[in-house]
Each structure stands twice: as C-alpha cells, then as structure tokens.
Design a protein around this ligand. Structure first.
Ligand code: URA
Length: 202
C-alpha cells in the first residue's frame, strides 16, 4: 500500500506536521489506536532520539515516552548529562500497535510494512529538525533508519551513519532495559551508548 506519503505536509514546519499527523491513514494502526503521537522537543535540537512506537501510556496521553520506557530514558539521560528538553524525541511508527489480552492492551512490534508506511513522517521530521546526530533506539528504529541488515547488538555504541550520511549512534530500546534480568549491567550499557552520542556532538 501507499504508506503515509500523501498525508505528510511538505510545506510548513513541525507545527504543520503535528497538525496533520493524526489524520494519517497510511497504514491500519489508526483504527485501534487513540491517536497518533507526534515527536516532541525543540526544532533546533542537535540530537534526535528515535524509538519504536508509542506504548499504552503514550497513546492515552498523546505524548512520547511518558510510560515506563520513558521513565527509564529520563534516568539514563540524566546519567549521560543530557537534558530531555534539549533533544527531539520521536518514534519510527507514530501509532500504538497492540493486542488485547482481556482489558489490557499489550504492545506488539510493528511489522516491516508498518515501519515502511510510517517512514515518510520520520523523514520529514529529520528534514525539519536537521539534527547533527540521531540516537537510534532498538531494532525497529534501526530497521527504519539503518536498514534491515543492521544489527543493534553488534553495532551499538559507536558512530554509524544513516544512508544520507547523518551521524548516528544505535543502542537498545529503553523498554528492553526495563525488562532486563541484568538491569544494572544493561542500564549501564545504555547510558554508555548515550555518552558516546554526547561525545560525538562535541
Ligand atoms: N516506547 C517507544 O518506543 N516510544 C514511546 O514513546 C514510548 C515507549
């Protein structure tokens, strides 16, 4: 199917993107989700963080990274010396994908075609924000930005480049750290990767 392209405004800035995003019908996820969740942060941000999809909390509240993964990200940003309010935070896929288990909405990983369908929004955010560096969090964001052969486990924590040449650092998704059985170790590694991103900016 055509994907999001025909819903993405190519004139105007981030406000226009925010205004149009919720109308997107580029894949089927809009049907069950409450809303599309737009990226947040200064348009002049030097760093853009890209996650996977909004979760249950983000879908209900309409803001990125406000649930458990967001709380972990907040702690890691503090440890790495990054101000959340200085970075632009967004997701590879803008609608929540879930499966009902009783009354609970359980996150499901977006499919390759949903990632592809949503990609024009991410491209537009990159065009508008023009970050100096992108932090790619988890396999879905990596698939969206670095291609399907990219392996986060092998390539994390070092300078890589997006296909257009923009510097990036890949790391795991904060929700993987939340669920980790070796939390201290995995949290530490996540923070280390964010510190690499900070060093690359200087
Ligand atoms: N996980 C994500 O990838 N993004 C969010 O906004 C929240 C959780």
């Amino acid at each position: 199917h055509p994907g999001a392209e025909k819903w993405v405004p190519h004139k105007g800035g981030i406000r226009k993107v925010r205004a149009e995003l919720d109308k997107c019908r580029g894949c089927d996820l809009w049907k069950d989700a409450e809303r599309a969740v737009a990226g947040e942060g200064p348009v002049r941000a030097r760093m853009m963080f890209v996650g996977e999809t909004p979760g249950d909390h983000e879908d209900k509240e309409g803001h990125v990274f406000v649930g458990p993964a967001g709380h972990l990200l907040d702690k890691a940003l503090v440890e790495a010396g990054i101000e959340r309010s200085d970075v632009y935070l967004t997701n590879a896929v803008k609608h929540f994908r879930f499966e009902l288990q009783g009354k609970r909405r359980i996150h499901k990983t977006p499919t390759a075609s949903q990632i592809t369908a949503c990609h024009p929004w991410l491209v537009r955010e990159l065009e508008i924000v023009k970050p100096s560096l992108v932090v790619v969090m988890g396999a879905v964001a990596a698939k969206a930005l670095l291609g399907s052969s990219f392996r986060v486990t092998q390539e994390r924590g070092k300078r890589v480049e997006l296909p257009g040449g923009l510097p990036a650092v890949a790391t795991v998704h904060p929700s993987a750290v939340v669920r980790s059985e070796e939390f201290r170790r995995d949290f530490g590694r996540f923070v280390d990767d964010l510190r690499v991103a900070v060093e690359l900016l200087d």
